[in-house]
Write a protein that binds this ligand. Structure first.
Ligand code: SF4
Length: 470
């Protein structure tokens, strides 16, 4: 049993990152024969992509995916630790898994992802959820075959969570959810240590993948007919800073664009590392999409300092304006936290002021959620929950207004849309514009996987409706 340790997880050294290549041991290859798995994924794109790796590892062991948990022999929850409600959802879902296990005790259940990296969570699972069979973390996804094997052999709870800076394992197989757009990790971990954030503890130190591996992966995706890649990292603008070679995010963006993949996206950006060279490259290449997610978090300099964000309101607005001036038709979205410990009415007004200045295309807004072990957890928080809710409500009204205004500008315009599949709306297709607007379109299934021109015929706050035009 290897348990996580938050103190060890925050240690950063100058040790060189170890790069290894995954290779499945043949003795694990038939573990999943005639067995089915179900995986539920919470949280960010990084987790979604981790689940794509987990699915491929399981299928190498001959497990088959099912989409109904009741049909599964193996149930995995790939969890998120970013906010309290993500925690609650997982523990709520565990109740359903337990119920199933009471009926079929042979079901194997497991927890992985960021919550599995949290000391308090794993201690709770060890003490109160003894029926959960396996727990593994973000650093050892590639060990899943051996962890599963040990669990089946010993029939005891297997917990294997490393609190380390982390390594890079290339060659982990992947079962992509889409045939048209793909996530590509360009880096792992984060060294920013924003005071509210658990990621540097759950995902380890910043480790950039070497460009050759990334480009090889993108080139293969192009050959396989993929239309879009999203370069993934917690803080992509800092890509390359930890490499021995002089190669940065702007170099990578240029090289990925040169592969001629039709659409390149990247998430998530930290305003601090967004430099002029990157803006230049984005504006030079038509296949780098004019969409940027630029987390603000707060508009108050005082709160930004407490958050450890390393930019001011003025820096942020200057960067925002530069992006708007240099990248034609760019759409910018953001993340905002309200009710950070000690946030005054004045601080909140500063946030609203930035929202009113930037008029974002969309924003993810949250009430501050203290994460165990982070510096912000220990900060004095005298803002009442009623006040926080009130501020969130006011903020959301502004955000929604600007989102609607941004969408209104699309009415009657013809925009390129990558059709991804069936819409939840009756008998329609769905896809995204270059600027990341969700569009529902009527048309035949033949359009799925193609980038088509769509005339926008109706506008909602969070989506657009349109029809395909020649
Ligand atoms: S840059 Fe992002 S991932 Fe890193 S600590 Fe800050 S909020 Fe967390």
């Amino acid at each position: 049993m290897i348990l996580p340790n938050m103190k060890e997880a925050k240690i950063r050294t100058n040790k060189k990152v170890n790069i290894s290549k995954y290779d499945v041991d043949s003795k694990y290859k038939n573990i999943g024969n005639n067995k089915k798995y179900f995986i539920k994924t919470y949280g960010c794109q990084m987790n979604v992509h981790d689940s794509e790796n987990i699915k491929a590892l399981l299928e190498e062991m001959k497990f088959q995916e099912v989409y109904n948990m009741e049909d599964a022999d193996l149930i995995l929850l790939n969890t998120c630790a970013i906010r309290e409600n993500a925690h609650n959802k997982v523990f709520g879902f565990l109740g359903r898994v337990k119920h199933l296990k009471e009926i079929r005790p042979d079901i194997i259940s497991g927890i992985c992802g960021c919550m599995a990296q949290e000391e308090s969570v794993v201690n709770e699972i060890k003490d109160k959820y003894k029926w959960v069979d396996i727990v593994f973390g973000t650093h050892n996804i590639h060990n899943l075959p051996s962890i599963l094997n040990d669990s089946l052999m010993k029939r005891q709870q297997e917990i294997e969570v490393y609190s380390i800076e982390g390594e890079i394992v290339e060659n982990i197989p992947v079962k992509r959810d889409s045939k048209y757009k793909a996530w590509v990790n360009i880096m792992y971990g984060c060294d920013k240590f924003c005071t509210y954030c658990i990621v540097p503890y759950t995902r380890g130190k910043q480790r950039s993948r070497e460009p050759e591996y990334i480009l090889e992966e993108v080139e293969k995706l192009v050959r396989d007919g993929y239309k879009e890649v999203t370069l993934l990292g917690q803080n992509v603008n800092a890509y390359g800073k930890d490499l021995d070679i002089n190669y940065t995010m702007s170099d990578l963006l240029r090289d990925v664009a040169e592969t001629k993949i039709e659409r390149v996206r990247f998430v998530t950006s930290h305003p601090w590392d967004f430099n002029d060279e990157m803006i230049k490259v984005i504006s030079e290449y038509d296949n780098i999409m004019p969409y940027i997610h630029l987390p603000l978090q707060s508009g108050s300099d005082r709160i930004l300092k407490l958050m450890g964000r390393r930019y001011t309101k003025e820096d942020y607005i200057n960067l925002f304006n530069k992006l708007k001036e240099n990248i034609p038709n760019v759409s910018i979205t953001t993340d905002i936290i309200v009710g950070f410990p000690g946030e005054t009415e004045e601080d909140f007004k500063d946030t609203l002021d930035v929202v009113n200045t930037c008029k974002y295309d969309s924003a993810y807004t949250f009430i501050f959620s203290p994460r165990v072990g982070t510096p912000a957890e220990k900060m004095k928080d005298d803002v009442t929950i009623e006040e926080k809710n009130k501020r969130l409500h006011i903020l959301n009204e502004s955000v929604n207004k600007y989102a609607n205004e941004a969408n209104q500008r699309y009415l009657n315009k013809v925009v390129p849309v990558l059709i991804e599949g069936k819409s939840e709306k009756d008998n329609m297709l769905m896809g995204y514009t270059d600027t990341m607007k969700l569009v529902n379109v009527s048309g035949s299934d033949n359009y799925i996987g193609k980038i088509v021109n769509v005339k926008i015929t109706d506008v909602k706050t969070w989506s657009l409706d349109g029809k395909i035009v020649k």
